[in-house]
Ligand binder design. Structure first.
Ligand code: BES
Ligand code: MN
Ligand code: ZN
Length: 500
């Protein structure tokens, strides 16, 4: 899709389709009004006669008769009216919805191009930059289709090739920047969603390596290094190796490095859980919905999605990605409950439940990330079912040893409509992490499962500022809309782009 900032009035746009806002009451917005006059009151008439009410979610595509276009000053061939609800309630969320509805309606047509005026409306909690960014992101999000493993019914790609967003001449730079950021966010989320959706027989640790290399290819600022199991052994990654022990599929530890700033600038480290299938291991999971454990690599997919976006934007910052990737399967060589392993940090861990595997691979990855002397570390992981119980599917769980970092991430999530919520991490929550046979066990009790998992991770971050995003509830949807969401790519990009 080619996006462009378009100056000039709505009536003057030469396009197959003009996307215009209408509210459920009050005067017509300026853009719509100009087209209304150019068409001899056509839009006012449609509203009056009830063809469209202007409620949020409404959409009406019209083709003014040829003579109306020639005898008046309308350059566009069609008009797509989009309901924006009550004007005084039009905020960022309503705007996002209006754009989603508009682009959804547009994609159902064969029209090649459109010019959108929805982003000309002052939605509360947005500026021109943000509205352009949301529009571009929403376009890509709506255009994504999973086809990788379908032979029939391949949905045909949409017909649109270019989309204009309205801009006053003084604001074109901001609109273009918004488009750029939104586009990168959308394309990054595509990477994350596609990897999540791919079945585990295809999306193996080695496949994650392939995708990491694809992202870095031809980009002088990006490097990829891969540790094999032999390398992991040399590094003493006993925790990570204990998880992969039961499977024949080789584990990988993928390191991505983006150098966009002076070498002296410390990098931000992103660590993502990459369990490409989590059966639970010897502590086998129950059958129902076990297929969804193919999504247990969504933390890793988020790191790759963020790197895809960063590869496109090339911002002035340094970034390191660390992805521990493996399967968690039972087998004759699998780790057993009660086994004690030694992590790279030197701590011994009693594995009381092989299904609490995410924290084990993260323990070693967090230790490894410290080799790069990062300014801070953020890990994301589909870590605990308990997070879904606590927060549902709207907000990701956030735990941190730095309130400043936690605050910055919450703010970024809210701004990007990819929200998170902080859970406490008092020392008291570490109390259940006591073992008679090792430095610590890999599970606490039943209580506060998300927090004790975070408390376990905190044992492996040393003195570094660190935050953990539990994305068990937000990384994918279940039921009829089953599929990866691309979260928390928007939150992380918002955070990273704000830091420059
Ligand atoms: N990948 C799961 C967490 C999960 C479960 C995410 C369901 C989303 C939906 C993780 O590895 C796991 O199995 N966690 C256990 C931890 C428990 C054994 C302490 C859990 O949440 O049940
Ligand atoms: Mn598990
Ligand atoms: Zn898991």
């Amino acid at each position: 899709m080619r996006f462009a900032a378009k100056t000039g009035s709505a009536a003057d746009q030469k396009t197959a389709c003009l996307i215009l806002p209408v509210y459920s009451s009050g005067a017509l917005p300026a853009s719509t009004k100009s087209v209304n006059s150019a068409t001899n009151g056509l839009i006012a008439c449609l509203l009056e006669e009830g063809d469209i009410e202007g409620k949020a979610g409404d959409a009406l595509l019209i083709k003014p008769p040829q003579d109306a276009r020639t005898s008046h000053d309308l350059q566009a061939e069609r008009i797509l009216l989009i309901g924006c609800g009550e004007r005084k309630k039009f905020d960022r969320k309503q705007y996002r919805k209006a754009v989603r509805v508009a682009f959804g309606a547009l994609r159902k047509t064969k029209l090649k191009d459109a010019v959108c005026f929805l982003n000309g409306e002052a939605a509360r909690g947005t500026d021109v930059y943000r509205r352009a960014r949301i529009a571009a992101e929403v376009w890509y999000h709506g255009a994504y289709r999973y086809t990788a493993t379908k032979s029939a019914d391949e949905p045909k790609p949409c017909s649109q090739t270019s989309l204009g967003l309205t801009a006053k001449s003084a604001q074109t730079a901001q609109v273009r920047k918004g488009i750029k950021h939104g586009e990168a966010t959308g394309l990054g989320m595509d990477v994350t969603r596609e990897l999540g959706n791919l079945p585990a027989n295809l999306c193996t640790p080695s496949h994650l390596v392939t995708v990491a290399r694809q992202i870095a290819k031809g980009n002088a600022k990006l490097r990829v290094e891969v540790l094999t199991e032999a390398d992991m052994k040399k590094q003493g990654m006993g925790a990570l190796l204990s998880v992969t022990a039961g499977t024949a599929e080789p584990a990988k530890l993928i390191v991505l490095k983006y150098n966009g700033a002076a070498k002296s600038r410390k990098p931000v480290a992103l660590v993502g859980k990459g369990v490409t299938f989590d059966s639970g291991g010897i502590s086998l999971k129950p059958g129902p919905a076990m297929d969804e454990m193919k999504f247990d690599m969504c933390g890793a997919a988020t790191v790759l999605g963020v790197f895809q976006a960063i590869a496109l934007l090339k911002p002035t910052l340094n970034l390191v990605g660390v992805i521990p990737a493996c399967e968690n399967l039972p087998g004759s060589k699998a780790t057993k409950p009660g086994d004690v392993v030694t992590a790279m940090s030197g701590k011994t861990i009693e594995i009381l439940n092989t299904d609490a595997e995410g924290r084990l691979i993260l323990a070693d990855a967090l230790t490894y990330a410290q080799k790069f002397k990062p300014e801070l570390i953020i890990d994301m992981a589909t870590l605990t079912g308990a997070c879904l119980i606590a927060l549902g599917r709207h907000r990701s769980g956030l735990l941190s040893n730095s309130d400043k970092l936690a605050h910055a991430l919450i703010k970024a999530g809210d701004a990007a409509d990819d929200p998170a919520w902080q859970l406490p991490l008092d020392d008291e929550y570490k109390a259940p992490l006591k073992s008679n046979f090792a430095d610590l066990p890999n599970i606490g009790g039943r209580d506060a499962g998300t927090i004790t998992a975070g408390a376990f991770l905190s044992e492996f971050v040393g003195e570094y500022d660190w935050a953990h995003l539990d994305i068990a509830g937000t990384a994918w949807l279940s039921g009829s809309r089953k599929g990866g969401t691309g979260r928390p790519v928007p939150l992380l990009l918002e955070f990273l782009l704000n830091r420059r």
